[in-house]
Design a protein around this ligand. Structure first.
Ligand SMILES: CC(C)(COP(=O)(O)OP(=O)(O)OC[C@H]1O[C@@H](n2cnc3c(N)ncnc32)[C@H](O)[C@@H]1OP(=O)(O)O)[C@@H](O)C(=O)NCCC(=O)NCCS
Length: 241
């Protein structure tokens, strides 16, 4: 018992409210966790619902799911809805309580959930991404970036790999934010990142096609990015009403 309690304590190594995206008008919870300390009893201990099909997943997936849902539950506290169970729709997108919208991301040892009020927002997406390695960057670059975006990899202040990861991750965050409206898959060529301000952690991107009546070709939208650690970045896209 004592050793299990010690292991549980070791699962979350750091956690906090509103520390990644302060000042954005969102409820946010972030954590770092140790996947090697994962065990199935942690769902019960942290009172996070474990869907039956999750029980068949590998421990790495269960650890990320637990950490993401734990963050979501903590973020829902701002709306006094800590007992709301966030299930996934058949398309895998999370189902938020009426009146709210949000986004979850987890990497190997980080997780975040952000939640906003749908009176002010039509979409919200966040992503945590480890800095992509040189080989993966070479292999995916032509799929993720169009030729006009390549010059952004030369911006000062961050390495090419860090910048590539930011551009990739902003597009993933946009996908999550837009999915609520679009309700279908669209690829990385749907948007072009036009500018990146390293000092402010801001990007501007433009829609290359009309995805929805609220998301029209030529629209310019903002995104945010932040280095969480030297090897991990986070991005955020919130679509205002
Ligand atoms: C869905 C997707 C965005 C998930 O991103 P990821 O980096 O693999 O994983 P993350 O940990 O950041 O996010 C996973 C969470 O996203 C959420 N999610 C899954 N599908 C989603 C969707 N369609 N819309 C919004 N959120 C979704 C879920 O909460 C999931 O966590 P859970 O399964 O534990 O509930 C990604 O796999 C994908 O399919 N992307 C589509 C291609 C794309 O990004 N195009 C760019 C367009 S510009």
């Amino acid at each position: 018992m004592i050793s299990q309690l010690a292991e549980s304590a070791a699962f979350f190594t750091s956690q906090g409210r509103g520390q990644v995206w302060p000042g954005q008008g969102l409820s946010e919870y972030y954590c770092e966790f140790s996947p090697k300390h994962y065990h199935d009893q942690l769902f019960g201990q942290y009172q996070v619902h474990c869907p039956p099909d999750m029980l068949r997943a590998v421990d790495k997936r269960k650890a990320g799911y637990l950490a993401g849902r734990y963050c979501a539950r903590e973020a829902l506290e701002a709306f006094e809805l800590t007992h709301f169970v966030i299930l996934n729709a058949p398309d895998r997108s999370p189902i938020w309580p009426n009146g709210l919208l949000g986004s979850i991301s987890h990497s190997e040892d980080h997780a975040i959930a952000v939640i906003g009020d749908d009176r002010y927002l039509v979409g919200l997406g966040t992503d945590i991404e480890p800095i992509i390695g040189d080989d993966a960057m070479r292999e995916t670059q032509s799929q993720v970036l169009n030729p006009e975006e390549l010059h952004l990899l030369e911006c000062s202040g961050l390495s090419r790999r860090q910048l590539f990861t930011v551009l990739f991750s902003v597009k993933e965050s946009f996908f999550k934010a837009a999915y609520r409206l679009v309700r279908g898959f669209f690829g990385f060529d749907a948007v072009s990142i036009q500018a990146l301000d390293h000092g402010k952690g801001e990007v501007t991107f433009c829609l290359n096609e009309t995805l929805h009546e609220r998301l029209r070709q030529g629209d310019e939208l903002p995104g945010r990015f932040k280095m969480l650690r030297a090897d991990t970045i986070a991005t955020l896209v919130s679509l205002s009403r």
